[in-house]
Design a protein around this ligand. Structure first.
Ligand code: NAD
Ligand code: ZN
Ligand code: ZN
Length: 395
């Protein structure tokens, strides 16, 4: 089959690789019909190279048609239409039963002290082949895939794999009071969708911050107070947000930026170093030095009101990043974070994916491209060129 493979720093390539096969009796094979490129893939593209091998198949936002089922799969059959959540979660262990699918005890990558395995996401998360490919092996065929109806276009459902549940969890964790206020840092797919969900669920004031004009404009078009980081600067931002919130800051802040935030010179150098050093040298540096650019997190701590909540969905990777703990403690901030528990939210979201489309999932993708054009799409998404906010690939 054809698949998008990682080859090195900022180097991905579509190659012919062996087709996946049923390995466990509960596996299914999905013929992928649509698969997204995520901001998380950009971390693999640049920073996290020490944990990938050339040839690893990337991608964790796949949907498609069941091609084959293992002998113990009862609830799905060839021809069914499914979305595949990005966590490889069993659905039946202690953690999954508590809605903590990203901590699944059946797939935890204990060797690296990590939570549930993820599709297409490094050795730290199990080195599981990903879904930017023609076919995908999916474990736990009866409990992991989300079965969806025939008929509407893929675009209606594909975001159930990641964008929708991640944004939904970000808003849940933000815990915005009724009629309350929220700042969303980063207006990529996750931030943009978080803003839409917060509005849908009744937040009165939603402020969005980014530095890419197309992203600011899109959020503004659906009623978000968009603020350009570059125009305001950190101090100006605080003032602008306080002006909109009776001088207090917003009830909650969602960080939808993560470790590659704009700015942050020292960590930026560390990230470039780790991407170039041999793996054996880079890994300890990643694990024991501060490699994250924390600008967005610091901005979040600054912008949230006293007693407010900081909800972090941006991915961070360093073990000992210096954090302003004094300020966080003094402001009595509630901090909630973590990988999305995808399967815990999909049942709540599915009823919103109707013709009325209250979250605007149809039209959410700015680009739909053949899988063969994935390398170019990665480069353009990374550069934030051509108004690319969300790209879908069609194998
Ligand atoms: P993205 O890269 O498209 O979006 C990030 C946005 O942040 C960009 O628009 C960028 O311009 C903006 N930005 C950069 N620095 C900023 C700053 N200092 N202040 C404000 N905005 C800034 O990616 P995405 O797909 O929207 O994902 C966003 C983050 O969420 C990534 O870190 C990704 O890894 C993470 N993520 C987490 C989960 C999860 O399960 N928790 C799931 C999906 C994605
Ligand atoms: Zn993703
Ligand atoms: Zn589990």
């Amino acid at each position: 089959m054809r698949a998008l493979t990682w080859q090195g720093r900022e180097n991905v390539r579509v190659e012919t690789v062996p087709d996946p096969r049923i390995e466990e009796p509960t596996d299914i094979i999905v013929k992928v019909t649509t698969t997204g490129i995520c901001g998380s893939d950009l971390h693999l593209y640049t920073v996290l190279g020490a944990y990938l091998d050339p040839g690893d198949v990337l991608g964790h936002e796949a949907m498609g048609i069941v091609e084959e089922t293992g002998p113990e799969v009862r609830t799905l059959a060839r021809g069914d239409r499914v979305v595949v959540p990005f966590n490889v979660s069993c659905g039946t262990c202690y953690m999954c039963e508590r809605g903590l699918h990203s901590q699944c005890e059946t797939t935890q990558v204990r060797e690296h002290g990590k939570g549930a395995a993820l599709f297409g996401y490094t050795k730290l998360y199990g080195q599981v082949p990903g879904g930017q490919a023609e076919y995908l092996r999916v474990p736990f065929g009866d409990t992991l895939p989300v079965k969806i109806p025939e008929g509407p276009p893929d675009e209606r459902y594909v975001y159930l794999s990641d964008v929708l549940p991640t944004a939904w969890q970000a808003v849940e964790y933000a815990d915005v009071p009724p009629d309350g206020s929220l700042t969303v840092l980063g207006l990529g797919p996750i931030g943009d969708m978080s803003a839409r969900i917060a509005q849908y669920r009744g937040a009165r004031t939603v402020i969005g911050i980014d530095l890419v004009p197309a992203r600011l404009a899109r959020a503004r078009s659906h009623g978000v107070h968009s603020l350009d980081l570059r125009a305001h600067g950190p101090d100006g931002l605080t003032e602008a947000v306080r002006d909109l919130t009776d001088g207090r800051g917003t009830d909650a802040v969602i960080d939808a930026v993560g470790m590659e935030a704009h700015g942050g010179f020292t960590a930026s150098v560390a990230q470039k170093m780790t991407a170039r050093l041999p793996d054996a040298v880079a890994r300890p540096l990643m694990e024991h030095a501060g490699i994250d650019r924390l600008n967005a997190l610091h901005t979040g701590i600054e912008l949230v009101r006293r007693g407010g909540t900081l909800s972090v969905s941006g991915v961070y990777g360093g073990a000992v990043d210096p954090m302003p703990l004094l300020t966080m403690f003094d402001k009595q901030i509630q901090l909630r974070m973590g990988q999305a528990n995808v399967r815990a939210w999909t049942d709540a979201i599915l009823p919103l994916l109707t013709d009325a489309d209250p979250l605007g999932v149809e039209g959410f993708a700015t680009h739909t491209l053949p899988l063969e054009e994935a390398p170019d799409a990665y480069a353009r998404f990374k550069a934030k060129e051509d108004g690319m906010i969300k790209a879908l690939l069609v194998p």
